[in-house]
Structure formats: C-alpha cells, structure tokens
Design a protein around this ligand. Structure first.
Ligand SMILES: Cc1ncc(COP(=O)(O)O)c(C=O)c1O
Length: 370
C-alpha cells in the first residue's frame, strides 16, 4: 500500500509540549500528593455559579449549541465596553489563533511572531500556508516592537504579539504601542494575545478597546482558561472591528463552543466578584513569590501574568524532574529555547510554599554541592 502523502510543512511541525499532567506524574513518581504549577491554570478553580450553570446545561446536551453564541457575546461585550458584533468566541484561544491565520495567510505571505513565546503562533502560521518570521524579546522579556517593525516586508500580513508574554510575563506598553501601530502598513493585521491580561496591574498596558472601537486593524485574543479557571471547557474569544469579526466567522467551525461551555462561560463572566477575588489573590501571591525567589538569589523576569519565569543554576528539565519527585510540577522552559529557566504558576499561599520547599530541597541536593 502506498503511504498517504502529507504536507512536508506539517511533518516539520514540532509536537506541542504541554505541561505534564497530574495523572502522568502520579503514575511515574508514585506520589499522590501533587500540585501542578506547569500550565498556568487557576488553582482557585471556576466561579461556583459557572459550575452550576454547566451542570444544569447537561440536561440539554442532546441539542446543538447556539451558533451565534449571543448570550456569551453579549456578556463579554458588556464586561469590556464593546458591542456584540465586535466579539467572536471559539474553542479556546488556540482555535481563534488558527482561525485568524487561516483567514489572512496564503502561500508567499509571512507572519511575524515573538520568540521565545507561545508556540502555537508558529503552528497556526504554518498550517495556514504562511511563512513564520521570529522576532526577539527585549532583555527584560517584553515584546520588542522595534525588532518586529524591522521584520515587516511587503509580504507581511499578520503579526502575533503576546502580552503579557508567555513564558516571560512582561508586556507591551503605551506610548511605544501607539507609535508601533502608527508605523505599520495598513494591510498588516496585529493580533495581541492577551490570555493573561486580567492579571496585569500596569495601567500602561493597552487594553485595545479604544483601537477596536476606532476600527484599527487589531485583534485582541482572550481566554477563559486562565483567570476564569475554565481551561477544561475550552472557551476563548476575540474582539476586533466588526467587519473583521464577520470574516473570521466564515472560517470558524459553526459549533466551535459546546453548549455546556457556553452556559458556564456566561455565568463565569457575570460573576465578576469571583474573578476579582482570584485576581487580588494571584497578584499578591505573584509579588510574595517573586520576593521569596529574589531573596534566594534567583533571577526572575518582571511578570504581569499568573506565572513567573525563574533562572535556575542547572538544566531546567533536570530541575523540573527533581521537583516532580518532591510533588511539584513546574514547566521547564527548554521547549521555549530557555534551557536554564523554569516557569511556575502563581497559586494560593499553600501552593507557593510547596513550590519553595521543593525548590529549596532540589537546589540544596544538586550534584557537586557539599
Ligand atoms: C499566551 C497563550 N495564548 C493562548 C493559550 C491557549 O489558551 P486556550 O486554553 O484558550 O486555548 C495559552 C495557554 O497556555 C497561552 O499561554
């Protein structure tokens, strides 16, 4: 039998390397008391109202979900000062990144993404037949907008920025952002993945609402996987000028967000009190954890997200493996091209303490130390 022919660019894609799951680490280490700080999920979980809405929706799961997702679009629009026709929801932010790339790219076109950053931009570009072009970060881990501009050519259609950037946590700031937008050719669309924007306390971070209302060529991508604690239900959304939303809607799978997820998402967005509690505890915890790491002499990137990127004195994969044996799962940043950094999710105080204890044990027992 002849082997099926697969696109060579698809074969060249690296497999996505997720944070290691609790079940896998439990099986491998035999440790039952584990804490996972490897995928920037919320250790506070979702709003109880979202859980109740999801449970109630199960009795209707013989029905197709709504195609227009109106209640969810309306809830998101109200929470962010936008109108429903400026919003599109998808099966996680990943789904929407792929929708945008599919709508904009074709053979011969290029798209710029940051490196190190979230790996899925590159995948989405390649799957959409575009050519990925990497742009570096600044020394403190923020998107380098000058370097991005330097890479714009007549073939450029798309720019994927990530702010706060995964895995560093640093952000794009005004007024550099305003100057960047003004200098871009009008045919280039800028996507800002703001998966972690809820955790950002810096008022210089552009929310993009102003630009979207003004019809500028920008897309804001968000998710309910992080601050809202609904990663397992897969809900992402984007905001853009309505003409762009209509284009993206043609590409998106009509039933992309299942009925249970839609109902849970509406309840989660309406429970802003729960969100604000999670954000307050996360941002306080981020500062506490950062101080504890700096006090140990470790370098930490400035972060406006729910994670910290920490430089470690050994190979990051070895440190992460040793920490798993202590019951704490963190993410070695090796797959981001940072073999001496680990990324840790900020959880409640008890989880921060478990992480610090495990790290102290692992670093104290490094080979070559007395
Ligand atoms: C920057 C960034 N964008 C998007 C995603 C994916 O989000 P979702 O779970 O909504 O697909 C992640 C997940 O880790 C992320 O870090």
């Amino acid at each position: 039998m002849n082997a099926p022919r697969i696109r060579p660019t698809v074969l060249s894609l690296p497999a996505y390397e997720p944070g290691r799951s609790l079940q896998k680490v439990r099986e491998e280490t035999g440790t039952s008391s584990l804490v996972k700080l490897a995928s920037n999920e919320s250790l506070w979980g979702p709003s109880p109202q979202a859980l109740a809405a999801a449970q109630a929706a199960l009795s209707e799961c013989h029905l197709y979900p709504e195609v227009r997702f109106e209640p969810l679009q309306a809830a998101l629009a109200k929470a962010h000062g936008l109108s429903s026709d400026q919003i599109l929801v998808g099966n996680g932010a990943d789904d929407l990144l792929r929708v945008i790339a599919t709508a904009c790219l074709e053979p011969g076109s290029t798209a710029i993404h940051l490196a190190p950053s979230f790996s899925y931009y590159r995948t989405a570009i390649v799957l959409a037949h575009g050519e990925p072009v990497a742009a570096p970060l600044t020394a403190d881990g923020a998107p380098d907008l000058e370097a991005v501009l330097d890479r714009v050519t007549p073939a450029t259609r798309l720019i994927f920025l990530c702010s706060p950037n995964n895995p560093t946590g640093n952000i794009v700031r005004r007024p550099a952002w305003d100057a960047f937008l003004d200098r871009l050719p009008p045919e280039v669309l800028v996507v800002v993945d703001q998966a972690y924007a809820e955790f950002c306390l810096d008022s210089a971070h552009p929310s993009l609402v102003r630009e979207i209302r003004a019809g500028r060529p920008v897309v804001m991508v968000r998710t309910l996987s992080k601050a809202y604690g609904l990663a397992g239900l897969r809900i992402g959304w984007l905001a853009a000028p309505s003409a762009l939303v209509q284009v993206f809607e043609r590409v998106r799978d009509p039933f992309a967000v299942n009925l249970v997820a839609q109902r849970a998402a509406v309840a989660a967005v309406e429970d802003q009190a729960w969100l604000q509690r999670v954000l307050a505890e996360t941002t306080l915890g981020r500062e506490r954890l950062r101080e504890a790491l700096v006090a140990r002499g470790l370098a930490v990137y400035p972060s406006e997200a729910n994670f910290l990127l920490v430089e470690v004195p050994d190979d990051a994969r070895a440190v992460a493996q040793a920490m798993e044996r202590q019951g704490v799962i963190v993410r070695p940043a090796s797959s981001f091209g940072l073999p001496r950094h680990i990324r840790v999710t900020v959880g409640p105080t008890w989880a921060q303490d478990r992480f610090l204890e495990a790290l102290d044990t692992v670093l104290a027992n490094r080979p070559g130390r007395d």
